[in-house]
Design a protein around this ligand. Sequence first.
Ligand SMILES: CC(C)(COP(=O)(O)OP(=O)(O)OC[C@H]1O[C@@H](n2cnc3c(N)ncnc32)[C@H](O)[C@@H]1OP(=O)(O)O)[C@@H](O)C(=O)NCCC(=O)NCCS
Length: 176
Amino acid sequence: MIRIERLDAGAACRHQSALAEVLHDCVAGGASISFMWPFSREQAAHYWKSIVAAVREDRACLLGAFDDDRLGGTVQLWLDGPCNQRHRGDVRKLLVHRAMRRRGMARRLMQALEAEARSRQLSLLTLDTATGSDGERLYRAMDWQSVGVIPRYALWPDGRFCDTTVFYKELAVTAA
Ligand SMILES: CC(C)(COP(=O)(O)OP(=O)(O)OC[C@H]1O[C@@H](n2cnc3c(N)ncnc32)[C@H](O)[C@@H]1OP(=O)(O)O)[C@@H](O)C(=O)NCCC(=O)NCCS
């Protein structure tokens, strides 16, 4: 049974090694998510320390997906845009461990993230993802609008260039 939880800074600290394992597994699996290979578990743990700080300062909202008590997936909603973009959130690092894929974890995480965004009165979400990736398939399946492709925007972990597709989704928000 998949369960989605919002992780505050304390919970993010408690689950830091599982979060690091998910990130490490995704990079090991070849996902283009900011990091190059080789990528150690220590580097993964270091990355999550910076995210815990952002969550503590409410610059980002962190969600975790659990199967029973095992954290297998995560996503971030960033809220640190400039003061003329406070209606917009940026989605980052939707990650599911390879052992837990194709069971609806990412879909559930994105549904929860959208609910969180609506509760914060956000009316626009943006993200980018590797062109042709499972992430792109997921966002299209969840009715995100593609803006276009930026060629050679990033690298795959093995050093090859990676095109990136930019997406947005408008949210209907009701007045508070
Ligand atoms: C992208 C990712 C998060 C998907 O996680 P997941 O839990 O396996 O996805 P779900 O099971 O919720 O899939 C939801 C939908 O996305 C699409 N999808 C996801 N993976 C797919 C695949 N391998 N092939 C085809 N469609 C896929 C399907 O439409 C799927 O619905 P369906 O299973 O009913 O057909 C996961 O593959 C991952 O972590 N990849 C590496 C990191 C990454 O690239 N993240 C995204 C960009 S930041």
